[in-house]
Design a protein around this ligand. Structure first.
Ligand code: MGD
Ligand code: MGD
Ligand code: MO
Length: 720
């Protein structure tokens, strides 16, 4: 903490689920937060914050913030609540849970959480120890990065891979399935730096995004077909002798099998599958192989269709094939969290999970609540924190139906009365970032980031970590875990003697806010120049030995719970698995619903966060339906017409915007809009299927077919 003028300056870090995890400077006037700025000294933050964080200080004072515990007074979903005390709220939770446990067993209680907050204490795993101790069902949280993490671990092991900062040293950069300027803005300057030095920047995306517009080459691809493109590149690279055979011989496993697989993907076949011209497949392969160092930044969007995991396997094999890992700036990056010595076992306490406890995947929420999964015992209580499933999970109508169940006891810990919290019986008030203490988990760079409180919490808000301490005491748990202070937890939750943390202490972080892991400087780091992959063989496994166990979810996403049924079989070699829904793979469905839809991230919201704030809504626009002029003309849709996007699962509505930024046959509608703020009372996940990807049980948000028509004149509310 320093004092500059009349203001106190406290170091913090961005709480959000995104790869940038910026270093903050909180500027406080006494107890009042007046500004939040980016730390100019942090090598990625560079003094700038993104659109979403522009008025982060005011966000803390939003008039609609939940400040006190509240009990529902109207029907479920009506959004009417009255203030109650913490004692009353905790007392009611204990009474209801005791009843449910006596009658159905503790597995009838289901936690539901994702990454509303990204801290070690308050984030993804904040409630895991509590619910494990309680004996609740284990939540499998595969909202995001699960398919890609399974694929990454099978191929190269838990390595951070290419440092995003090292992109500045690359000569050829592929941004694959990522809209970086919206979603990973602070990585973009490193690409610009490379581009200024002559690097070629390629974006592979079905949509001409903000990012694609800045690229040297935009390759349009049909959603869910990236594996075919990567295999086609291999076909050319191997066929034309562009392989780094020495690297392959020393540091990879299964080259002969991979080469045989690649023969199945000649560029002409790839063109048919992907829509990318055969000549472009060849050109991309040649340029990628011969312009070293070549780098690939993988986006999360790659995983969002049936074959997403295998696409990421294929893409992750490419750098080893051409020896890109030899160089600083070469290789590929999924996310670097694997470099951090976090002791998730100590955080989640899987040792408290009773053997045989069931696992419920969070993307099956609607199916779990409505009885479709046939669960015994049924889910009788849902505890939601750090997540907004009504908007963000697939099969929206089913979730809403489930949440309307009168016999379901729902508790939500929230900052705002979201479209999920509206259905809760109790809402508990959560703290915001300037009010709490945490060491952030980061998935886009290699810095430890500490957030320190700059102001007191308003009303009766509590950080998640304190919420679970209170719940533990309420339920009568006396373990030492619940008496640890925040600092004691942070000391326990990291291996501070790990080589990556040499010289880094909690004291140092309190003073400086952040510190780079000891993993080599961006201008020197080439983590796999000499192999050293973290797979069972120590090699880059083209043929994955871990595929023998079948599909699996990386334990971090399931409370570190390893006890599981054998997974579905997985092809040990990268392969193209067609989407569940596309004009070619499901022609029957496509007769009624001929258009593919993607639902990527909003520029001005962070998932649904800020989606209730006027300024951000204006910046983002409404639930716009972007479509190609030819598709619109065929349906007599004019620019600005309110249209309905639908399939058998549901519908949503919004104004049409006609643009050839989207390819013919494709619709784009951003995720993140609050259903309650749209004309139909629904948002894009109304049409999403709750099928899982073939790897890591990830969501298939970009693997859906729809039809679009002009909306009926009198809008009807879908879930009235
Ligand atoms: N502004 C903003 N930033 C965010 C977020 C946010 O909500 N708002 N959310 C954060 C989170 S949680 C995440 S996971 C990341 C995700 O960030 P990204 O990885 O960038 O993911 P998306 O924005 O969903 O999609 C990126 C692009 O992938 C394209 N795409 C869709 N399907 C396919 C496909 O099959 N193949 C290919 N090649 N491209 C495809 C879409 O058209 C889109 O342009 O962003 C983080 N950053
Ligand atoms: N169609 C479609 N659906 C998608 C995606 C897509 O691309 N398309 N992307 C998927 C991806 S990548 C992701 S990551 C998920 C994101 O799904 P979610 O994590 O559910 O998304 P958020 O909207 O960020 O919801 C987080 C909620 O937590 C609350 N919150 C924030 N901080 C705190 C806190 O400290 N304590 C408590 N108790 N609550 C807090 C916020 O107010 C917010 O309501 O969505 C997935 N859904
Ligand atoms: Mo995400």
């Amino acid at each position: 903490m320093t004092v500059s003028g009349d203001l106190t300056v406290v170091r913090g870090a961005c709480p959000h689920d995104g790869p940038d995890t910026c270093a903050f400077l909180y500027h406080a006037d006494g107890d009042r937060l007046v500004d939040v700025t980016g730390d100019p000294e942090h090598p990625m933050t560079r003094g700038g914050l993104c659109v979403k964080l522009k008025d982060f200080a005011q966000h803390h004072y939003h008039p609609e913030r939940v400040l006190y515990p509240m009990r529902r007074v109207g029907p479920k979903g009506a959004g009417r609540f009255e203030r109650i005390s913490w004692d009353d709220a905790l007392g009611e939770i204990k009474r209801r849970w005791d009843e449910i446990i006596a009658r159905h067993g503790a597995e009838a209680i289901m936690p539901h959480a994702y990454l509303g907050h990204q801290g070690t204490l308050n984030g993804l795993t904040a409630g895991d120890a509590f619910f494990n101790r309680l004996g609740a069902s284990v939540a499998e949280k595969t909202y995001c990065e699960s398919g890609s993490s399974t694929a990454w671990l099978m191929t190269v092991g838990p390595t951070g891979g290419l440092d995003v900062e090292s992109l500045a040293y690359a000569r050829y950069i592929i941004v694959w399935g990522m809209n970086m300027i919206s979603t990973n803005l602070h990585a973009w300057p490193f690409i610009l730096e490379a581009q200024e030095k002559g690097a070629k920047v390629v974006v592979i995306d079905p949509v001409r995004t903000r990012t694609a517009k800045q690229a040297d080459w935009h390759i349009r691809i049909r959603p869910g077909t990236d594996a075919a493109l990567a295999l086609g590149m291999m076909h050319v690279i191997i066929g034309e002798g562009l392989v780094d055979q020495d690297y392959v011989d020393r540091y990879t496993l299964g080259f002969d099998e991979l080469a045989a697989r690649a023969t199945e993907y000649p560029p002409e076949r790839v063109a048919e599958i992907t829509g990318v011209a055969a000549e472009d497949v060849r050109r991309l392969a040649r340029e990628y192989a011969t312009s070293q160092p070549s780098a690939i930044r993988q986006g999360v969007a790659l995983e969002r269709s049936r074959g997403g995991g295998q696409a990421i396997r294929a893409i992750t094999c490419l750098p080893a094939l051409v020896g890109a890992w030899r160089h600083v700036g070469g290789g590929t990056v999924e996310m670097p969290i694997w470099e951090f010595p976090t002791r998730f076992d100590r955080i989640c306490r899987p040792d408290w999970i009773r053997p045989g406890t069931r696992v419920i995947n969070e993307l099956d929420l609607g199916a779990a609540l409505t009885g479709e999964l046939g669960l015994d015992p049924p889910v009788m209580s849902l505890f939601v924190y750090n997540s907004n499933p009504v908007s963000q999970a697939p099969a929206q109508a089913k979730i809403v139906r489930g949440l309307q169940r009168e016999d379901l006891f729902t508790v939500a810990s929230e900052l705002f009365v979201t479209d999920t919290a509206r259905y809760a019986d109790l809402i508990l008030p959560a703290a915001m970032q300037a009010e709490q203490h945490d060491l952030m988990v980061t998935w886009g760079h290699l810095y430890m980031m500490l957030n320190q409180p700059a102001i007191p919490v308003p009303g009766e808000c509590v950080p998640n970590v304190e919420l679970f301490r209170r719940l533990a005491k309420t339920m009568g748990f006396t373990d030492a875990y619940w008496d640890m202070t925040d600092d004691e937890m942070l000391l326990e939750f990291y291996d501070w003697s790990a080589p990556q943390l040499e010289g880094i202490t909690l004291e140092l972080l309190k003073e400086r806010g952040w510190a780079r892991l000891n993993v080599g400087a961006p201008g020197e780091r080439a983590p796999h120049a000499q192999g050293g992959f973290k797979t069972p063989s120590g090699k880059c496994e083209f043929k994955a030995s871990m595929a023998e166990q079948g599909d699996f979810v990386v334990p971090v996403w399931r409370s570190m719970y390893e006890d599981r049924q054998p997974g579905d079989p997985i092809d040990p070699l990268p392969t193209y698995i067609p989407p569940y829904e596309s004009p070619t793979s499901s022609p029957e469905t496509a007769r009624r619903f001929p258009l593919s839809i993607v639902s990527p991230k909003p520029h001005a919201f962070l998932n649904t966060q800020y989606g209730n704030e006027e300024q951000k809504k204006q910046r983002q626009g409404g639930q716009i339906v972007f479509m190609h002029p030819a598709d619109a003309a065929a349906r007599e849709i004019l620019p600005g017409d309110v249209v309905r996007v639908f399939n058998d699962r549901g519908f949503f509505e919004g104004p049409a915007e006609l643009t050839d930024d989207v390819m013919p046959g494709l619709v784009l509608a951003n995720v993140g809009h609050w259903p309650s703020s749209t004309r139909s009372g629904t948002s894009v996940n109304a049409i999403s299927s709750d099928r899982h990807c073939a790897m890591g049980r990830a969501g298939t948000y970009c693997d859906n077919l729809v039809e679009v028509t002009k909306a009926p004149a009198n809008g009807e509310a879908a879930y009235a």
